[in-house]
Design a protein around this ligand. Sequence first.
Ligand code: ARG
Ligand code: AKG
Ligand code: FE2
Length: 343
Amino acid sequence: MFDLTIDDREAREVGALLDDLAGTYSTVEDPAFQRRLPVHAHELPVRVREHLTTFRLGEPAGVCVISGCQVDQDRVGPTPAHWRDQGPVSPALREEIFILLCGSLLGDPIGWSTQHDGRFVHDVLPVPGDENEQIGTGSAQTITWHVEDAFHPFRGDYVGLMCLRNPDKVATTYADMADLEIDEETAEVLAEPRFYIRPDNSHLNGASANGTVPSPGAARLMAASRERILGMHNDPEPVPVLFGADHAPYLRLDPYFMDFDRMDQEAAVALKRLSAEIDRNLREATLAPGDVCFVDNFRAVHGRNEFTARYDGTDRWLKRVNVARDLRKSREARLHAESRIIF
Ligand SMILES: NC(=[NH2+])NCCC[C@H](N)C(=O)O
Ligand SMILES: O=C(O)CCC(=O)C(=O)O
Ligand SMILES: [Fe+2]
């Protein structure tokens, strides 16, 4: 892990910046706010900017955590029963702004039309009925380690999590590709397009839902997006699991949503070897209120331990963002040059 703890003076500086922005913009969905994000990100304390810039360019670790910020528990209020259950002004607007500012130092935060109703910032909290789901709203099952949105060609380069509360100290798990030992033959097989990754249920549910869309242009993109996700579900393209430099490969996998039956025998053996090596190197990061964690989605996998949800307003609650280093790669799936939602 690559950590930074901000001091009291820096925390006050961040607090003043967030007060100012939360007074100017009432929601992170405001396009004017989204446009100004990369500018305001440079008003963060210099050590925060340095830390995230080093994480982005130097790739010193798979995960980075910034701590030292305070979350006013009274202001954010009880953990909602569902991520849809929030009024027009989010009680955690300041925290949403903070994680977006940090993310803007790594790239440009994005959202998905097929996930969380197209919201820019997600809530990770347990939802009644989803206990056994392999998605952020689950609880009773371990979220098996994965690359975020591994199935999607436009997946983020980073996933960011900001902890609002975590009273039972439930750990986020992660493994860094740099720690793994993989023999050359296995690595060669993993670098060939012999693997199939299906969309996880967080997108599949979104692609199947009939939400309203704001404009005819958006409706067209939404239809194309649903078709793409359902196509990836029914007939996924073969992709490599390892890519990039042979001596320091990046990875792309989510074994829970990969069909072992569909891949050839040699590919299945290689994937099992890599999975065992990831299991052996899986670490825990227990986020505390105010901690912001970014996972490098090209060189690390992450997941979450299981827990028992109480549904009484005190449950674990995180905010989540996805960050792309090159927004242009997804231009065909976004409405405007600067829009952040990928269809
Ligand atoms: N192995 C898995 N559980 N993969 C799915 C990951 C969860 C998904 N990214 C979500 O938004 O909740
Ligand atoms: O809850 C966590 O700590 C991480 C869960 C996760 O994998 C996600 O939200 O993408
Ligand atoms: Fe995840």
